[in-house]
Design a protein around this ligand. Structure first.
Ligand code: SF4
Ligand code: SF4
Length: 273
């Protein structure tokens, strides 16, 4: 049974510039391909809900897209009321962290007695636990492809490991709906890695544009229309229509567009000749 209201321990953050995250993962037992682990989280476990408080929970652009849409909030409201804005030191790009509630113990604002109130759209970090995921570029897999490794984050207070349900990393990822999250997050990390490798952190104009394009799909759509941005790009009609109609496609475009703004034309996006 999928843990329909798994509150999850989300204390492993998807930190795109995460050297510290990598070192943390390397200290954990690795779950190789096909290797199994036992875990389940449901209202019957004695610790249910205990791990959703006082978290340092980074929100990726795709997390924000999913949460904001599920909550039916505009991006400005979401960012000002639900998030804390920070700047990634290596890239100068904006980062959002979920604002914990002010109630005693600082619980996640989405935690309820019955579980996670945004379960269907909970952040990727909440889905990934009890695994940790490390990636590196896969030169044989084409542009943007990554190789994955998985680690078991077995926290002492978590009683989910006493449950008999067996998983492999593949079955866990699939069960938790992670492929869409990981695909989107890997693209963000690739852009951040390229900026970091360049040794030139984003300038304020690019950083502001990143906040708009990555985290505010509603306002970014208006910007694209008002500034006729798509008219000036070499885009197939089908992709152009998808960018206007679909937030996921728009986020993918946003990453290509930011890369073009910062580094010049790329294989996936260039100005009209
Ligand atoms: S979003 Fe849901 S699963 Fe994640 S920390 Fe909050 S209550 Fe827990
Ligand atoms: S079983 Fe683990 S993940 Fe589930 S509520 Fe308990 S501590 Fe959190």
């Amino acid at each position: 049974m999928p843990p329909q209201n798994d509150p999850c321990a989300a204390d492993q953050t998807p930190n795109p510039s995460g050297d510290q995250t990598q070192a943390f993962l390397d200290s954990l037992p690795e779950i190789g391909p096909g290797q199994s682990f036992r875990f389940a989280c449901h209202p019957g476990v004695p610790c249910f809900g205990a791990c959703c408080s006082d978290l340092n929970l980074m929100l990726t652009p795709y997390d924000v897209l999913r949460l904001r849409r599920a909550l039916d909030e505009d991006s400005r409201t979401f960012i000002t009321t639900r998030a804390e804005l920070a700047v990634a030191p290596d890239t100068n790009l904006p980062q959002l962290r979920l604002r914990m509630s002010d109630a005693p113990g600082n619980p996640c604002p989405f935690l309820r007695a019955e579980g996670c109130s945004v379960y269907a759209d909970r952040p990727g970090a909440c889905r990934t636990y009890p695994l940790g995921r490390a990636t590196r570029p896969d030169p044989e897999g084409g542009p943007g492809a990554v190789r994955e490794r998985f680690f078991l984050v077995q926290e002492p207070h978590c009683r989910g490991f006493e449950q008999p349900t067996e998983w492999t990393s593949d079955t866990w990822l699939s069960d938790q709906g992670l492929p869409a999250y990981n695909a989107a997050n890997d693209r963000v990390m690739a852009l951040m890695a390229r900026i970091k490798e360049s040794g030139r952190p984003a300038n304020p104009k690019h950083a502001n544009m990143a906040l708009l394009a990555l985290y505010q799909q509603d306002a970014f759509a208006r910007f694209l229309a008002d500034m006729n941005v798509l008219d000036r790009l070499d885009l197939p009609a089908e992709r152009r229509a998808a960018i206007l109609a679909d937030e996921e496609a728009r986020l993918g475009f946003a990453l290509d567009w930011l890369e073009m703004l910062i580094f010049g034309p790329t294989e996936t996006l260039r100005p009209k000749a």
